[in-house]
Design a protein around this ligand. Sequence first.
Ligand code: PLP
Length: 230
Amino acid sequence: MIYERYLEVRNAIDEAARAAGRNPEEITLVAVSKTKPLEDMEALAEKGVKDFGENYPQELKKKAEAIKYPVNLHAIGHLQTNKVRMILPYTCLIHSVDSLHLAETIEKEAARIDKVQEILIEVNAAEEETKFGLSLSDTEALVREIAALPHVRIKGLMTIAPFVENGEDNRPVFRNMHELLLDIKSKNIDNVDMEILSMGMTHDFRTAVEEGATIVRVGTAIFGERIYHQ
Ligand SMILES: *Cc1c(COP(=O)(O)O)cnc(C)c1O
């Protein structure tokens, strides 16, 4: 069941990519397994799925230590500085860096374990008040500051677009993100790659692919609705 849904999402990505004249292989599907049991991840991992997204540091660490298959764990949720040490040994890419303070904490912890941590800069592209992330206009300045940190490597940008029923409504947000990525890329900043554009979730991943996403983060369409126990 879970793997069938994963394949449906993957096919929809491939179709959207081809329709937009893009190579589907440029796009990584990150299966967002937050709140879901390890067995649900393993149902995909045993078929060869590698990329999973987690929001909560304890959960990421626990699953990393328990899973029987080789996987890439993406840290996609808002990250507090006091949780950096917990996830650093386990995460391939932190999607949600939105301050110099957080980047400096990652630098310190990455140096301690002799790792260069790949990160994305989170942009609040729709400028929603409730969201984390930088404004479009502040992003380049932060990229330049973080670029100086030797154990942190910026690979691109990430955004969480507004929650909409119709993904089409987020097209302008995705378009602005792609323009910003290309703009910063054109500045050729040392120690910065602008290769990854992480955007698109269950409701809007097709539109995100059409507008240049190279990573989409999909949870509900693969694993079903999440139930939060508080
Ligand atoms: C939960 C989450 C997702 C997945 O959302 P769905 O709507 O379930 O696909 C993607 N990105 C981030 C940052 C998330 O927190």
